[in-house]
Ligand binder design. Sequence first.
Ligand code: ATR
Length: 275
Amino acid sequence: MNNKLYNTLGIVGNPLKQSLSPSLHNYWLKQNCLKYNYRKFQINDINDLGMSLKEFQIKGFNVTIPFKKEIIQYLDKLDKTSSVLQAVNTVKNNDGILEGYNTDVSGFITGLKYFRKLNIKKPALIIGAGGASEAIIYSLISRGFKEIFVMNRTRKRAEALEEKYKEVSIKNWMKMEAINTSGLIVNTSSLGMIGYPNLLLSLKDVEKDTKVYDIVYNPLKTSLILEAEKNNLEYVTGLAMFIGQAQNSFQIWFNIVPKVNSLLIRKLKSEIITT
Ligand code: ATR
């Protein structure tokens, strides 16, 4: 890496091959006439980068798998959300002070706004208890949900979430009763993502106003989204959360809310690599 990266933004993670973040942010940088370049920084060990972060004088960066927690030791400040979650996906270099944020939460909430009517009185079902799951539980609690079911292949991982959040209760993996009584079903697991098995979940017996949200966007129409479509259920794909979190990162760096138009959506859809 160069010593100084004044006009640089980027994403730190591994793997980054399929990341759409450079494409999205470079589009917005150009649209807003900002002379910055957004790059990929694929690293094996966060310690290789951590100590030099301030020297680079980079404007800011996103952090993704597997470094969202490990980055924290190198930051000077955390906002409330990233501090509760102990996970950072956005860093801003504020005159040498490295500030950590978590825009996965606001990004997920942006996606929720696409549903015409969301009934927060019904339980929400979260599938998966990995890194993404907690940000979504936190989002749903802040959106007013009082009952959140978590279903994970490995029960142990879900237990930590049940202990931390009073709204959360664990349901057995693929328990039909939990699926059929939830008003919102969210997939936060890797199932359905390219390279993983499909999430095979029948939605034929859910109530007609059940909403479905898959945070996987690669492919856009996952097995869960296809099942929602087949049963005429309202759904939101992972592209909504992806764009939402990026919009909020951009706002943190530049104080500008970048615009989303149909051209941009088409561009991103065409860049989703599914092979
Ligand atoms: P992320 O940060 O993207 O959430 P992660 O922390 O590795 O990634 O979590 C992946 C999630 O997908 C977990 O809930 C994982 O379940 P386990 O805790 O049982 O591993 C889930 N997942 C991945 N592959 C799966 C599979 N083949 N069947 C069921 N769940 C799977």
